[in-house]
Design a protein around this ligand. Structure first.
Ligand code: NAP
Length: 310
């Protein structure tokens, strides 16, 4: 059993919340979209005390049946939490919630903030500095795996931060996922996630382009899927998208607008570091077309509607 390592401020030295050595923790979960709702559910199922907050309150209310407790406000949700987990759409939403709406200021000295949103490393490091100045522990811990992995507690966490903080948070990661990758210091989890999604977004588009060429050659989708998807050429996630593409059914697991957001974050971060990502620039244009054609809230696999048509 890992030992809790939260420091205890003189002000709160009699607050037992922050000296608990038990496995079960008092968690505030902020952001209950496709991923957050499933992650918060698994934390509650594992026995943690989970207080939830979401901008659209109906999503908090729907988690009462699984044991989560909706908070009356963001600041009330985080006030007594040992660990606050954020799972929000993008850097702007995260900054707004964390700083603009007072989440960081409302958190208890010595508590921990784990950010699981996919954002850029520079913003992640900036927010880590804000957290540290406020006396908080901070881990960036974006995830690999989509709605199915979130529902089945099979997420992989790409974590940046101190090893001892990861040990403190381990019971929470284990309730939501199957693997923890310690990528390095704060911001490294965000970096690894953008590297992951650079590949993911391009592979999804490349596969649809390949299917488009196959059609031109007179090959059926079934022939191509059966021949190539089981080989080492195809990443496993393409197999999970097969039925969606076959049925042209685009209900969102990973919304396409978030894939475009990640492409743009990677392009900007690369540009700031002096690197021109030429293939990703071409992919950005495809995903931007898909967004303008109304596929933003569809699954990433809806890039098929653009990429398979040349
Ligand atoms: P989602 O379903 O679109 O949920 C986004 C969440 O962010 C919602 O709770 C939304 O609140 C909240 N939000 C957005 N703007 C806000 C603002 N200005 N203020 C407060 N709350 C705001 O997205 P998701 O699929 O769960 O993804 C969440 C994060 O995980 C994203 O960074 C995404 O890139 C990443 N991710 C997603 C997947 C996936 O397969 N879905 C996989 C790995 C990583 P409302 O409900 O009020 O709109």
């Amino acid at each position: 059993m890992p030992t809790q390592r939260f420091p205890v401020s003189p002000k709160h030295s009699r607050n037992t919340n922050f000296q608990t050595r038990g496995k079960f923790m008092k968690v505030a979960f902020i952001g209950l979209g496709i991923m957050g709702s499933r992650m918060a559910t698994n934390l509650a199922k594992a026995g943690h005390s989970v207080c939830v907050w979401n901008r659209t309150p109906e999503k908090s209310a729907s988690l009462v049946s699984v044991g989560c407790v909706p908070a009356a406000s963001l600041t009330k949700a985080v006030k007594d939490a040992q660990v606050v987990i954020t799972m929000l759409s993008d850097p702007q939403a995260l900054r707004d919630v964390a700083l603009g709406q007072g989440m960081v200021d409302a958190m208890e000295w010595g508590s921990m903030w784990i950010d699981c949103s996919t954002i850029d490393p520079a913003t992640s490091r900036q927010l880590a500095a804000n957290a540290t100045n406020r006396g908080l522990h901070f881990l960036d811990a974006p995830v690999s795996g989509s709605s199915g992995a979130a529902a089945n507690a099979k997420l992989v966490f790409f974590v940046g931060g101190a090893s001892e903080d990861i040990e403190t948070a381990r019971p929470l990661f284990e309730a939501m996922g199957s693997r923890i990758v310690h990528a390095g210091p704060q911001g490294s989890g965000a970096s690894l996630k953008l590297v992951n999604n650079l590949f993911l977004a391009q592979a999804q588009a490349a596969w649809s382009e390949a299917l488009g060429l196959a059609e031109l050659f007179g090959l059926s989708h079934q022939t191509v899927n059966d021949a190539i998807l089981p080989t080492h050429v195809a990443p496993a996630f393409l197999g999970f998208k097969r039925s969606k593409i076959e049925a042209r059914e685009w209900s969102p697991e990973f919304p396409l607008k978030h894939a475009l957001k990640d492409i743009r974050l990677a392009l900007t971060a690369a540009k700031n570091a002096g690197m021109d990502l030429q293939q990703l620039t071409a992919a950005e244009s495809l995903y931007a077309q898909a967004l303008s054609r109304g596929f933003g809230d569809s699954d990433i696999s809806a890039i098929h509607e653009i990429a398979s048509r040349g």
